[in-house]
Design a binder for this molecule. Structure first.
Ligand SMILES: [Ca+2]
Length: 423
């Protein structure tokens, strides 16, 4: 689900997230799997008459408000007449997974060999279009195709919920009703502009639409008519899909000619307190500190790059730059941005991740992360209010605890560390 570009300060705070994506990201379908798994059932069980009546009342009020905000009567009739409440949307919104997959499992599916070969086939099929968008926006064709692959499995599943019904349902009853109401209004403006018909405006239960999985406000801001037919069609036109993705990344700060990142080897005694996206140095400065490519070739030129170790000191390390941060604007999870980068490399015929992941490690559940946060606070390693999410503050506190017990302070939460804290 694409979000409006966020101010840099907020982004810096948000972007520190490692293997565990932020809660917003849970609603998304970065590997396309969830959307496929939740295809709507014909007749939801709990369509209680009272809820439906309340929904129709809400819809009438919303319609008046939308009219007051300048949406034409014809658009309102076309979009909202006969609109149904979808209990399934609420069910999905409330089912947050307790276990976050470890990043290596996420990458196994997001960058499977099938997805790589399908990406190469799609790129061959649409090469001229992809290269044209690369020329226009400076974003490599392989990166455009990789985002397409991860967002919707190359259009294979972008969800079959009516965006209008999904957003109206969330706005009526969901936990994020303000967000959904704003997006519903944006969806009406898209219809009013004539880009798409209400019947074809489909996507995920959370309001992410079409091949690019843009939410309506992102569509309004960043969708592009790539084939020049006067309409922005991210549901049916591959030139529009590719142009919109490339335009979004361009606006998010993509630097033409700079890689998203590179896998690196860190020197003995490396200070893991520096492995945060907020800690940025030039390639030359990282090289001075002993950071090397695996092949021994010089590091690529980065103006402002960060070292990340998404699975701690026992896992692979990467040097990532501005383009990695641009991908994070698409979906603010390190696992997502890494998947896009690695998939683009493999589609281009380059090597994937070389160093081994610590697959023997058991990931912590959200409840266990909360417990760890509580225990760290109790021991004076301040991490803020326990929220079950591994953010920069929690990693900082965990590193301090690791240092205190003589363990490499990499800020990577493991069951072993939780057990140490319990003692
Ligand atoms: Ca078009």
């Amino acid at each position: 689900m694409k979000r409006m570009l966020t101010p840099p300060l907020l982004l810096a705070l948000l972007a520190g997230c490692q293997a565990a994506p932020p809660s917003e990201a849970q609603a998304q379908t970065p590997d396309g799997a969830t959307t496929a798994a939740v295809a709507e059932t014909a007749q939801p069980a709990d369509t209680a008459p009272a809820a439906v009546a309340n929904f129709q009342g809400w819809l009438s009020r919303f319609r008046r408000e939308a009219r007051a905000e300048g949406i034409a009567e014809a658009t309102l009739a076309q979009a909202l007449d006969g609109l149904r409440y979808r209990p399934r949307v609420i069910e999905l919104d409330r089912s947050q997974p307790e276990f976050v997959r470890p990043i290596w499992q996420y990458l196994d599916s997001a960058v499977s060999s099938t997805r790589v070969s399908n990406g190469q086939a799609r790129l061959a099929e649409h090469r001229d279009t992809a290269r044209e968008m690369e020329r226009r926006y400076g974003v490599p064709a392989e990166v455009i195709v990789a985002i397409w692959g991860i967002e919707s499995n190359y259009g294979g599943n972008f969800g079959d919920f009516s965006t209008l019904e999904a957003l109206a349902t969330l706005a009526f009853e969901g936990r994020r009703s303000d967000f959904a109401r704003t997006e519903l209004l944006a969806a009406l403006r898209i219809l009013e502009a004539g880009d798409i018909s209400p019947e074809r405006m489909i996507g995920s239960w959370a309001g992410a639409m079409g091949h690019t999985q843009f939410i309506p406000s992102s569509f309004v801001a960043y969708a592009v008519d790539g084939d020049g037919d006067g309409r922005r069609d991210i549901w049916g036109s591959i030139p529009d899909v590719m142009a919109s993705t490339a335009h979004y990344l361009d606006r998010a700060g993509w630097q033409a000619g700079e890689p998203w990142g590179v896998e690196v080897r860190l020197p003995e005694g490396f200070d893991y307190a520096r492995t945060e996206l907020s800690h940025r140095l030039s390639s030359a400065e990282w090289a001075e500190q002993g950071v090397r490519t695996l092949s021994g070739e010089p590091l690529p030129e980065f103006g402002a790059a960060s070292v990340i170790v998404p699975a701690g000191a026992e896992g692979p390390a990467f040097l990532v730059g501005r383009n990695f941060r641009a991908i994070l604007r698409y979906n603010n999870a390190t696992s997502y941005a890494l998947a896009v980068g690695v998939l683009s490399d493999e589609i281009a015929g380059r090597e994937g991740v070389v160093q081994a992941w610590p697959r023997e490690q058991q990931p912590l559940s959200r409840g266990q992360v909360r417990e760890m946060q509580r225990l760290l606070n109790e021991r004076g390693f301040e991490v803020g209010a326990p929220d079950g999410i591994m953010g920069p503050n929690t990693r900082r506190g965990l590193r301090a605890f690791q240092g205190a017990i003589g363990v490499t302070p990499d800020g990577f939460a493991t069951l072993t560390l939780l057990q140490r804290l319990r003692r």
